[in-house]
Design a binder for this molecule. Sequence first.
Ligand SMILES: C[S@@+](CC[C@H](N)C(=O)[O-])C[C@H]1O[C@@H](n2cnc3c(N)ncnc32)[C@H](O)[C@@H]1O
Length: 232
Amino acid sequence: MADNIGHPSGDHLMTERIFNQIAHRYDFLNRLLSLGLDQYWRKQAISFLPKSPNLKVLDIATGTADLALMMAQRHDHIERVVGVDIAKDMLQIGRRKVKEAGLCDKIHLDTGDALKLEFPNESFDAVTVAFGLRNMPNQAEAVREMRRVVKPGGRLIILEFSMPKHPIFRLIYLAYFRHILPVVGGLLSGHYQAYRYLNQSVEQFDSSVLNKMQAYPLSLGIATLYVSDSVA
Ligand SMILES: C[S@@+](CC[C@H](N)C(=O)[O-])C[C@H]1O[C@@H](n2cnc3c(N)ncnc32)[C@H](O)[C@@H]1O
């Protein structure tokens, strides 16, 4: 691990700084480095949104708002999406995209810490997070906060990178992930450490906090979707 990076999930300020630094290249590199799969995974995630009318959704670690935008664009039954993130530069790009999509009346983005959500209990019909949980220093607390703000009968949807189980595919994937991704990501973003951090945080992510949720592996296990209903 690079000396000045620290534990991937251990430092709030570091996470904020990394995402602020790469914000301008984040969407482009996501598409490139995942070969477009990231949007397919987000589509799978939002297919699990509850079908009830006038849905209010909270998207934590919303970043540049890709998931928030996709759900608001594809699901007419969504009344409002609130996105929160600690990195203001990611949100700034998200706000521009929301404005360009003409969705300012439906999507509201704000700075906020997923570990201390500023919403009353039982405020949302669904709470989502895509590729954000592993960056948080206390993932159990983040899930507890998600459960606190979701209404009884509502749903949690968590999309996160995972390690493929098939041994040969895992080897190929790890070679790409450890050696190619940080170099390409580093060169194109100008922040090599940020893309080293990406592969380290994925490899170190302990998904046991999501054990009780229904897990759906995607794309041979490169990503996994976790879904859980809150008890009505
Ligand atoms: C890999 S990005 C994912 C962004 C977006 N959800 C997506 O699908 O592209 C991770 C995001 O998590 C945010 N983040 C990390 N820790 C956070 C926390 N404690 N509270 C809110 N956001 C956080 C980062 O600032 C970053 O924007």
